[in-house]
Design a protein around this ligand. Sequence first.
Ligand SMILES: Nc1ncnc2c1ncn2[C@@H]1O[C@H](COP(=O)(O)OP(=O)(O)O)[C@@H](O)[C@H]1O
Ligand SMILES: Cc1cn([C@H]2C[C@H](O)[C@@H](COP(=O)(O)O)O2)c(=O)[nH]c1=O
Length: 197
Amino acid sequence: MAKLIFRYGSMNASKSANLIMDWYNHKSNDKSVLVFKPVTDTRDYGYVTSRAIETKIPASLITPDIEGIMFAMTKTFMPRIVFVDEVQFFTTKQIDELSSVVDELGVTVIAYGLMTTFKGELFEGSKRLVERADVIERIRSECTECSNEGVMNGRFVNGVMQTEGKTVVMGKEKDEDKHIPVYKVLCRKCYEKEMSK
Ligand SMILES: Nc1ncnc2c1ncn2[C@@H]1O[C@H](COP(=O)(O)OP(=O)(O)O)[C@@H](O)[C@H]1O
Ligand SMILES: Cc1cn([C@H]2C[C@H](O)[C@@H](COP(=O)(O)O)O2)c(=O)[nH]c1=O
């Protein structure tokens, strides 16, 4: 039976690496796949890129203004699996479209993404997935400051953790350009410690 699967984790949890490994596995078994990504991710545009395994694979970029495009493409190509990366940036409507891919076309969708924003609140796409997914799996990661589970994504500008700002701001891992925020994976305790500074 086809399923809607949500695999979530913090930043740097190797979500894209997992997607790419799954993709290779299906490809090498001669199974057709489609890969979708929201256009919102301006870091890597039309590729799913993993920094962990230094590999990238092409993906179809999806804009919110063309409704039904993922459903139409899946109906045309009828792949065995549909992969989605950065699924947190999809709208509620787009997640419902992915549900229709599963329920009406019988194609399994495996979607990777973040659960929460830098404020610790659910992203729109992730919220809908929590409400609708058949399977929700966590990809684990460690806090960058201690050995606790990394569950928060802190956004830092000039070393200061941000508590206000736009939901979507592309990030980077190192602090060489002062205008681009750095994201840090933190446990709840270290996140609260930064909040109280
Ligand atoms: N040059 C690099 N820049 C950033 N991360 C790197 C680099 N080399 C290896 N990594 C590791 O890659 C991992 C991120 O892998 P990736 O598949 O891109 O994760 P995600 O999709 O969850 O952000 C991190 O654990 C990070 O430590
Ligand atoms: C927490 C948070 C993240 N983002 C951005 C930052 C990155 O560009 C992507 C996530 O990439 P990854 O593959 O998980 O490393 O999302 C954002 O825009 N807003 C946020 O609150």
